[in-house]
Ligand binder design. Structure first.
Ligand code: NAD
Length: 426
């Protein structure tokens, strides 16, 4: 079948590659010409898709990365994997709208359109369907199939990949569901059908809100536990031995990426607009998690103070700018706020991150701002020793942790990765 994937980012590229690998003819359409140029020469910017996986598909003509809207023509199945950001707290669905208008122009009878972008319940039927119908003159459910299937991709996760993670699928009609489930059934080991698109849309938001709230819970606990002189990490380890009714979440310098800082707000926006009620759990979690960078800087200032130093004039080395270990995803990363706060207080901030390379990464447009200005270094013994304080923000496997503890004067470890006399855990 001829498949179009609109959006070739963290979600769309792995999907395009998988669909091509199982034998489909895949067009990966993206408006970002720089990315398309890189893909066309077999260069991937998504860690989980190495160039070696791309190149045979390109050579065999099964995968066509393109920024030309005309290449979208004549698809059997189109999947939309474009960004769904927030603008001033309000969902920005303009990327979905743009994709819908383009796909509508090429929509043919019997084709299937699936939305994968994370969004509030109701989007597929209330926003996408009318746009596809208006642009094509066809009717959703009657002339073409429409569905929603949330993505669960976890970049950098070596165990759970697209193929072995169950995929929730839905359609606006039973035939639509069958078409969507049939397509994904070729790509993943297990599909999980739900009765309508709204349930599928809510599933994704439930999953991310669940994580957001639980991370906020342990973050708040970590702050209290520190003041009470209790080791929260030991308590979390002990609680994790319970074989039922407990799920392990760990504190950190704040949440980042495309999901946690954004998706729960899609749900609270929808609840507020439809019901006039606030989603208090989301608001509380947003509040706690978004203040973690301030807490990191406060802890750092206290530690420097104990050494008769001020933040002003201190040299601080940040290890890891990505929001998550072993990835180069710096979107919404809490490191940006930490850089901003430290710089504003007069610190000399340097940062090492082997994954986040300014100017070349998929997350690069979001790096503009504090991260663009921070001096980038390698975490050499000299850099570690010359810093008044080292802050471990993302515990990438590439860092030499023995060197960190051997050479750093003081380390604030936000990931509980290190031990030693110079190390303090968040
Ligand atoms: N990254 C994740 O781990 C993850 C996981 C699950 C769900 N999601 C959701 O999937 C969606 C995509 O996220 P992502 O992480 O892949 O984003 P991304 O920024 O990595 O990729 C999106 C791509 O879409 C392109 N694009 C923008 N407008 C376009 C258009 N009109 N037509 C074609 N391409 C267009 C962008 O240039 C970009 O390359 C979002 O809704 C996100 O919430 C992301």
């Amino acid at each position: 079948m001829r498949i179009v994937i609109a959006g070739q980012g963290y979600v769309g590229l792995p999907l395009a590659v998988r669909a091509a690998e199982v034998g489909h003819q895949v067009v990966g359409y993206d408006v970002d010409e720089r990315r398309i140029k890189r893909l066309a020469v077999g260069e991937s910017y998504v860690e989980d898709i190495p160039g070696e996986r791309l190149r045979p598909l390109l050579d065999g003509g099964r995968y066509l990365p393109t920024a030309d809207p005309a290449d979208v023509a004549d698809f059997d199945i189109a999947v939309i994997t474009v960004p769904t950001p927030l603008r001033d707290g309000v969902p920005d669905l303009s990327f979905i709208e743009a994709s819908a208008k383009l796909l509508a122009r090429h929509l043919k009878r019997g084709a299937t359109v699936v939305l994968e972008s994370t969004t509030y319940p109701g989007t597929t039927e209330e926003l996408l369907a009318p746009l596809l119908e208006a642009g094509s003159g066809l009717r959703a459910g009657a002339d073409f199939h429409l569905g929603y299937s949330p993505e669960r991709i976890d970049p950098g996760n070596p165990q759970w990949k697209l193929e072995n993670t169950p995929k929730v699928v839905s359609g606006t009609t039973p035939d639509g569901l069958a078409a969507v489930a049939g397509f994904y059934g070729q790509l993943v080991e297990r599909t999980v059908p739900v009765s309508s698109c709204k349930e599928a849309e809510l599933t994704k938001l439930l999953e991310n809100t669940f994580r957001h709230v639980n991370i906020a819970l342990v973050n708040e606990l970590a702050m209290f536990a520190h003041d009470l002189d209790i080791d929260v990490w030991e308590a979390i380890d002990a609680a994790s031995t319970k074989p039922f009714g407990f799920l392990r979440f760990t504190p950190g310098p704040g949440v980042g990426g495309h999901c946690l800082p954004i998706d729960p707000s899609y749900l609270s926006w929808r609840v507020e607009r439809a019901l006039g009620q606030s989603f208090r759990f989301v608001e509380l979690a947003n509040d706690v998690n978004s203040h973690m960078p301030d807490y990191v800087v406060r802890r750092l200032a206290e530690a420097l103070n104990q050494r008769r130093r001020s933040v002003n004039g201190s040299r601080v080395l940040l290890l890891g700018l990505a929001y998550k270990k072993n990835t180069g995803d710096a979107r919404e990363t809490p490191a940006a706020r930490i850089v901003e706060l430290l710089t504003r207080q007069g610190a000399e901030v340097r940062a090492a991150d082997p994954h986040v390379v300014a100017g070349v990464h998929v997350a690069e447009p979001h790096d503009a701002g504090p991260l663009a200005t921070v001096q980038r270094v390698e975490a050499t013994p000299e850099e570690l020793a010359a810093a008044d304080a080292v802050v471990l923000l993302a515990d990438h496997d590439e860092f030499d942790y023995a060197a960190v503890t051997a050479h750093a004067q003081y380390v604030l470890d936000c990931r509980h990765r290190l031990t030693g006399a110079s190390v303090e855990v968040l």
